[in-house]
Design a protein around this ligand. Structure first.
Ligand code: COA
Length: 254
């Protein structure tokens, strides 16, 4: 069974991550299937918008911790692949709506940041837990200051606190909060609103807005993050998560 279900209804495509037992963690497999779904939606002549959502109690909890590489070269390769993947909705021609049905943590939050709209169920929870593992959220650390402002970005990044849907909306991470059971209907209605506009105009507007996010910021994030994965702190943070206990970080040495 595929980890991502893709279907098209009228002019709206939907990609639903279906890995509920792992809270839709973005394994290599999930990333590959979502990449195929993004390409299919972008190239299908009749499709005008794509909705991305998750099965169960998570949109996605980000990178699959069981697959994390912990050597600098392996981590660099993995970070390059995952940052390219996470930012790919920004490079699509057609608008993408994140329908956030539950946890959007780490890469899950970052994937939503790359979408054009973020509709959040009132059950959605946003946050970047990476520092609790001793690493950093490469895309969020670059993009959050631009999206929510520096003071709010500091709070989100430097405390790794989880935000409710309402808080995430107040912070500017979310387009709109909707009742949980209406999430997909609202997402489809939003897709229909966009589909009524001129597709070339929408494409140009999207590309123009996303010019703010071009450049080498993700390359910096990739390089800066890779060495962290090879530190003792990261090894301890990842081990502690697997063993379901608090990490015992070593601290900075002179
Ligand atoms: N990668 C791989 N597996 C993950 C995962 C991830 N990012 N997040 C959760 N899981 C797994 C858990 O290990 C658990 O597996 P198990 O049933 O075999 O023990 C299962 O998904 C359910 O998660 P669990 O932690 O038991 O659920 P919870 O309701 O107690 O907590 C979260 C939910 C989201 C708060 C918690 O799972 C969490 O903090 N996840 C890590 C998120 C993260 O750090 N993401 C960034 C990765 S770089």
């Amino acid at each position: 069974m595929s980890s991502v279900h893709y279907d098209v209804e009228g002019c709206v495509a939907t990609a639903r991550i279906d890995r509920a037992d792992r809270l839709n963690a973005l394994s290599g497999e999930v990333q590959a299937r979502l990449t195929e779904a993004f390409a299919a939606a972008d190239s299908a002549p009749g499709v005008r918008a794509l909705i991305v959502t998750g099965t169960g109690r998570a949109f996605s909890v980000g990178a699959d911790i069981d697959e994390l590489a912990t050597d600098p070269e392996g981590a660099a390769r993995q970070l390059h692949a995952s940052l390219t993947f996470l930012s790919s909705p920004e490079r699509m021609r057609k608008p993408v709506i994140a329908a956030v049905n539950g946890y959007a943590l780490g890469g899950g939050l970052e994937l939503s940041l790359a979408c054009d709209f973020v509709l959040a169920s009132e059950k959605a929870v946003f946050g970047v837990p990476e520092p609790t593992l001793g690493v950093v959220p490469g895309m969020a650390m670059q993009r959050l200051p631009k999206i929510v402002g520096i003071m709010r970005a500091r709070e989100i990044l430097l405390t790794a606190r989880r935000l409710s849907a309402t808080e995430a909306h107040a912070y500017g991470l979310v387009t709109r909060v909707v009742p949980h059971e209406k999430l997909m209907d609202e997402a489809r209605a939003l897709a229909q609103d966009v589909a009524r506009l001129g597709p070339h105009a929408v494409e140009l507007l999207k590309a123009t807005i996303n010019r703010n996010f071009q450049g080498d910021d993700l390359l910096y994030a990739e390089r800066a993050n890779a060495w962290l994965f090879a530190t003792r702190d990261a090894a301890e943070g990842i081990r502690a998560f697997r063993e379901k206990r608090a990490p015992n970080f070593g601290g900075l040495s002179a």
